[in-house]
Design a protein around this ligand. Structure first.
Ligand code: UDP
Length: 327
């Protein structure tokens, strides 16, 4: 298939692009390089530096690359904390950029779409693990922006026959030997812990240890980025028979912040000092996914289910790329 990947220079987008290429698909990447890295884009992919805010450029791209079979939409502002401080980047820009992309795609006749969505739709889960029929309570403007785009896709399906899947990621993590997580500033737990192991930070701060969990720190469901990539590809290949779908994507196992730090100590052999700080606003105590639906419908199977192999894969990339992509 010929797949347009927005945000294909970013962490999850670039690794999925590489997996698409490996599976024999043709890939066209659009990225504004705000957080993405040119070097992360696979050499076999077409790369276009463009911003989804620019509607004219988007139409030109669809005109210049006819016959696009489907879109994977990764490009987005992605930080819960930032969205509490700059809500309009999310409530306006994330939503408007998706609308621009969809409008241009529909005009060009594209009818397959995979959305990067989020576990932040489930701020107050009533049942753990969290299934697709859980009540939606976005935890931040970030989550709300993704919910809005999910609803937009529903109407695109009703009105234009768009086939789509919303993949609600829990905690994406892990790296591949050539591509990894390189955000500036870095806010995610695993890369921060590994920066401590590399001597780039003196310690990691644990955001609260008074949660109602087994050791008082937050529980998250860490899912390897290659397992996310395989879910995207399976979903894209199956969209014609699926129609409209929403899938929660995690390992179904939760690990605490302290368990992540302890596992990283074991993997890296570094003591990784940790200090306890206040809670981070917007963090629910426990987020663990039920991925039964995508397992049953698409036969998806995560390959990296234990924390040690996930952190080992991340350590391999961070150890060999201590300055990230260095661009
Ligand atoms: N966390 C932490 N210290 C950090 C970064 C994160 O204690 O420096 C915690 C955070 O509160 C959350 C978990 O680690 O409970 C995962 O956070 P991350 O930002 O990686 O992902 P999120 O859960 O926000 O998607």
């Amino acid at each position: 298939m010929k797949i347009l990947v927005t945000g294909g220079a970013g962490y999850i987008g670039s690794i999925t692009s590489a997996e698409l290429v490996r599976a024999g698909h043709e890939v066209i990447v659009i990225d504004n390089l705000y957080q993405g890295h040119r070097a992360a884009v696979p050499a076999e992919a077409v790369f276009i530096e463009a911003d989804l805010a620019d509607r004219r450029t988007l139409s030109n791209i669809f005109a210049a690359y006819p016959g696009i079979d489907g879109i994977m939409h990764f490009a987005s502002y992605t930080l819960v904390g930032e969205s509490m401080e700059k809500p309009f980047l999310y409530l306006r820009d994330n939503v408007a950029n998706a609308a621009n992309l969809l409008e241009a795609a529909i005009a060009a006749g594209v009818r397959r779409f995979i959305l990067s969505s989020t576990a932040n739709l489930f701020d107050q889960p009533e049942r753990i693990p969290i299934a697709e029929n859980e009540r939606i309570v976005p935890g931040s403007p970030y989550g709300e922006s993704k919910f809005f785009i999910e609803r937009m896709l529903h109407w695109m399906a009703r009105i234009y026959g768009m086939r789509y899947a919303c993949l609600r990621y829990f905690n994406a993590c892990g790296d591949t030997p050539n591509r990894g997580e390189d955000h500036d500033p870095e806010t995610h737990l695993i890369p921060i812990v590994l920066q401590v192991a590399l001597g780039q930070r003196p310690y990691v701060t644990i955001f609260g240890d008074d949660y109602p969990t087994r050791d008082g720190t937050c529980v998250r469901d860490y899912i390897h980025v290659l397992d996310l990539a395989s879910a995207h590809i399976l979903a894209m290949e199956a969209l014609d028979r699926l129609g409209e779908r929403r899938y929660n994507l995690g390992n179904g196992q939760g690990f605490t912040v302290r368990e992540v730090i302890e596992t990283a100590r074991k993997v890296t052999g570094h003591p990784i000092p940790a200090v306890v700080g206040p809670r981070r606003p917007g963090d629910p105590a426990v987020l663990v996914a039920s991925s039964e639906t995508i397992r049953a419908e698409l036969g998806w199977q995560p390959r990296f289910t234990d924390l040690e192999s996930i952190i080992a894969s991340a350590w391999e990339w961070h150890r060999t790329h201590p300055n990230g992509y260095d661009d």
